[in-house]
Write a protein that binds this ligand. Structure first.
Ligand code: AMP
Ligand code: GLY
Length: 420
């Protein structure tokens, strides 16, 4: 099969790496891809959000199957557009991807179907939002309704901070249309866990749980990022909690989307908080997490293409998906300054040596004319290792990172230890 993966980060590198191992995949393309993805797939110069351009390219090159990995094209309806052109595609349609694209929608869904989450109210009018914040007090959480590159959430320690966040979103339109509607939410505490699941509209197949590290600096300090590292499986997520989540969150969510006439096919991301009152949903995403994808797919023994096809054909219940009984860790190497301003274009050294004992997934790199890898994004690389225990996987990743350097490289040194 000729397969096209849409996206350009570490997540897409991991997906391409896994698909390249499938005997079913004869030609692999990635649009737009990056320097490292070019080792696994032919990179295609079409932007991930260019729906018409992507469909036209896929048709012109007789692509048999498309995988849409990032949130923006999913929310914009790329899956619907591919299907209308007769190209089978992995990922939720627009009417199901809304579970990530609108927090107001996802909060309403959880309320209607009694899925445990933080208590919240949705606002379209600033004065009512400000009065609500006054009445509730702090700490309190203010969220832009729409996609905002992971920056649309403010965990406010004071009433003033919360009011300022609401004003910036609603009146100053800091996130454009994404923040015209906001959700104001009760502040929760507890470890955060990610559970990714393959979903075929009806059936659900869980991947091993993982844990992202969203803050930029050690000790979970500093600004939120896309994710500075992840481990799988996280020790706090016990079998008992997993069972409770299955009954109270995972199955009810898939059933709720079906009942609403929005069957979900693709990867459903459950962002959970293990609060003293039990597991609660913090957020849903309609795709693999990045960098969670890198650790989870490293543990997959089965053919990823078979799984994507089963999700499309609603036969996930017939597929025996096998996972390594091991642990994995990814440490992200970022550009100095990320998630704020940073420089690009620095040469990267030591990739070959680091690859002996770890997979180095590329998040933001490009190849120059001389065939050298240069930095080309905030998150640059994800050094990923698999080992019998989590301690060993963490050690292996950190040993491999020692080989790699580029100017102003930044990494957290406490991945896997910050929450214990
Ligand atoms: P989100 O984009 O909704 O995942 O939010 C980003 C981050 O903000 C989460 O990973 C949490 O660390 C934090 N957060 C979101 N909602 C809450 C909440 N209700 N209580 C405490 N922290 C939250
Ligand atoms: N790592 C968090 C996300 O992908 O949204």
């Amino acid at each position: 099969m000729k397969v096209l993966v849409v996206g350009s980060g570490g997540r897409e590198h991991a997906i391409c790496w896994k698909l390249a191992q499938s005997p079913k995949v004869s030609e692999l393309y990635c649009a737009p891809g990056n320097g490292g993805i070019a080792q696994e797939a032919q990179c295609v110069d079409v932007k991930a959000t260019d729906i018409d351009g992507m469909v036209a390219w896929a048709k012109a090159h007789s692509i048999d199957f498309v995988v849409v990995a990032p949130d923006d094209p999913l929310a914009m309806g790329m899956v619907d557009a591919m299907e209308q052109s007769g190209i089978p595609t992995f990922g939720p349609r627009k009417n199901a991807a809304i579970i990530e694209a609108s927090k107001a929608f996802s909060k309403d869904l959880m309320k209607k179907y009694h899925i445990p989450t933080a208590q919240s109210e949705t606002f379209t009018e600033l004065q009512s939002a400000l009065s609500y914040i006054e009445a509730q007090g702090a700490p309190i959480v203010v969220k832009a309704d729409g996609l905002a590159l992971g920056k649309g959430v403010v965990v406010a320690a004071t009433v003033e901070e919360a009011k300022q966040a609401a004003t910036e979103m609603m009146a100053d339109k800091k996130f454009g249309q994404s923040g015209v509607t906001i959700v104001i939410e009760e502040f929760m505490t507890g470890p955060e866990i990610t559970v990714l699941a393959f979903v075929d509209g009806e059936h659900i197949s869980l991947m091993p749980a993982s844990q992202d590290h969203k803050r930029a600096y050690n000790g979970n300090k500093g600004p939120n990022t896309g994710g500075m590292g992840a481990v799988s499986p996280p020790p706090q997520y016990t079998l008992e909690i997993a069972k409770q989540c299955m009954e109270e969150i995972f199955l009810p969510t898939v059933a709720a989307l079906r009942s609403e006439g929005r069957p979900f096919q693709g990867v459903l991301y459950f962002g959970l908080m293990l609060t003293p009152q039990g597991p609660r949903v913090v957020e849903y995403n309609a795709r693999f997490g990045d960098p969670e994808c890198q650790v989870v797919l490293s543990l997959l023994d089965s053919d990823l293409m078979d799984i994507f096809l089963a999700c499309r054909e609603s036969t996930l219940d017939k597929l025996d998906i096998r996972w390594k009984d091991q642990a994995a860790c990814v440490v992200v190497l970022a550009s100095g300054g990320y998630p704020m301003d940073y420089q690009k274009g620095y040469p990267i050294f030591g990739l070959g040596d680091a690859s002996y004992s770890s997979m180095v997934f590329h998040a933001g790199t490009r190849l120059d004319e001389a065939g050298r890898y240069l930095t080309n994004g905030g998150r640059v690389l994800g050094v990923t290792s698999v080992a019998p225990t989590l301690e060993e996987a963490i050690d292996l990743s950190y040993c491999s990172t020692e080989y790699i350097h580029f100017k102003d490289m930044h990494l957290r040194t406490d991945i896997g230890h910050a929450f214990s």
